[in-house]
Design a protein around this ligand. Structure first.
Ligand code: LLP
Length: 426
């Protein structure tokens, strides 16, 4: 993916400068070829269930659906998105799975009405669903007692995590389900996002133990998501075949014990879309102060919050307006337009500002923030009254707008001014 000299001139074969000039900046661009490639690597699993929280644009959902992915939903909104992208509500395997630790009232109504399969992360969910629709099949999300993510904020297992049914309480949860006439046909574990191979492998053992306890009604097990991607140059890519082999061996032992087939699911978000996404932003000021050079760009943490929130590293490249100019390199700090000191793309966890080697640049050149497809646009906000940027999909040289830029009136169309504040003053 990386081009040499920290310069990137094209995305999916389309010039960055053309994209920026046609759609304006900031701009999210996704390369469909990368999504197809990453999905194909995972297709060894029986079911690839896309965790849409990573990037839930309808066009991306429709693309992964066409590839054969099923989908996870964590809210009523994500269920509505899945339906709008063409997923049928119910089937075997369930096309849409609602995975959460609570039902808000909208979500409970929706899963009841549309027969959406539920992955319960708390005993209260079991009870609330069982009271409404006894007789349903459910999955249980188990917290195996440990977790691991790329940051403490993305660790979703262990005793301080709010996620899943505590492994030592699985027995009570199974009893609760039976009591409410629900049959537990699936088990699921997700220990964190951006985890590493060793922790992901540990989940197999925990799953086997839990599955033996849950018994022979189980028809599937889900390894969850959390697969890491190589954000930094030189990071190794996870060995998917090796990961699958571990799970496959676990599945086979369970099949021997139960005497029937056990489906194997995986539920990644990041692995499918992170590397496909690019945030193009224009340099609007270059500041020199003391020993430091700042490139100030028109995207901020309202567009990509991961550096500010987790100290996450994203590769940065220059897309020069005039690529023919020879360039020297310098260490720079890259920041956005927001009125917040933390609006810096080059920082480590804890808010420590770092510098990055980039080619010398001027106002009007572009910075491409790479690996921005997962937890990029979806975690954006309108902070400082900045409209959401457009999203574009590049597919085989074709450029398709998949979300228009928000307008300034969109920003406040849901707000009301009480009439007494509108009355003219005497
Ligand atoms: N399944 C469940 C139940 C999850 O909670 C998550 C992520 C996934 C699957 C997908 O995980 P992935 O394969 O994408 O790692 N905002 C953070 C990530 C939070 C992920 C939350 N759950 C970030 O920007 O790194």
């Amino acid at each position: 993916m990386a081009e040499t000299n920290l310069i990137r001139t094209t995305i999916g074969g389309v010039p960055v400068v053309e994209l920026a000039q046609e759609f304006g900046t900031p701009l999210y661009v996704y390369d469909a070829a990368v999504i197809r490639k990453r999905f194909a690597e995972l297709a060894v699993f029986d079911v690839v269930r896309y965790a849409q929280k990573a990037c839930s644009n309808l066009a991306i959902l429709a693309l992964v659906r066409q590839l054969g992915a099923l989908v996870d939903a964590v809210s009523a909104g994500e269920i509505h998105r899945a339906l709008a992208a063409g997923y049928p509500p119910a089937g075997d395997p369930p096309p849409i799975m609602y995975t959460a630790d609570i039902f808000d009232r909208d979500a409970l109504d929706l899963v009841v009405e549309h027969h959406i399969h539920v992955n319960c992360g708390s005993r209260d969910m079991i009870e609330q669903l069982g009271e409404r629709v006894p007789g349903r099949e459910i999955t249980l999300r188990v917290n195996p007692g440990f977790g691991h993510g790329h940051s403490r904020k993305t660790n979703t297992g262990g005793e301080l995590s709010k996620h899943g049914i505590w492994h030592e309480q699985l027995h009570e949860a199974l009893f609760e389900a039976e009591h409410h006439g629900l049959s537990v046909v699936g088990l699921h574990m997700h220990i964190g996002s951006g985890s590493d191979f060793e922790h992901l492998a540990q989940v197999c053992r925990a799953m086997e133990k839990a599955a033996v306890e849950a018994g022979r009604n189980l028809r599937w097990i889900s390894a969850g998501g959390g697969l890491p991607i190589p954000y930094r140059e030189g990071d190794a890519r996870i060995d998917i075949q090796r990961y699958f082999d571990l799970w496959d061996a676990t599945r086979k032992r369970l099949e021997d014990r139960f005497g029937h087939r056990v489906r194997l699911e995986v539920e990644p978000g990041r692995y499918i879309v992170a590397e496909a996404g690019f945030l193009i932003t224009e340099i609007r000021a270059v500041k020199e102060q003391a020993q430091n050079t700042f490139y100030l760009v028109d995207a901020g943490f309202n567009n990509l919050v991961r550096p500010a929130m987790y100290g996450a590293y994203h590769p940065l490249r220059l897309a020069p307006r005039d690529p023919s100019l020879p360039r020297l390199f310098q260490e720079v700090i890259v920041g956005g337009p927001l009125c917040e000191s933390g609006d810096i793309f080059t920082q480590e966890e804890g808010g420590i500002v770092t510098k990055r080697l980039l080619p010398q640049a001027a106002v009007g050149d572009y910075i491409v923030i790479e690996c921005a497809g997962a937890y990029g646009f979806v975690m954006g906000s309108n902070y400082n009254s900045k409209p959401y940027p457009p999203e574009v999909l590049v597919d085989n040289g074709d450029v398709k707008l998949i979300r228009r830029r928000q307008t300034y009136t969109d920003l406040f169309e849901d707000e009301m001014i009480p009439s007494e504040f509108l009355a003219d003053e005497d």
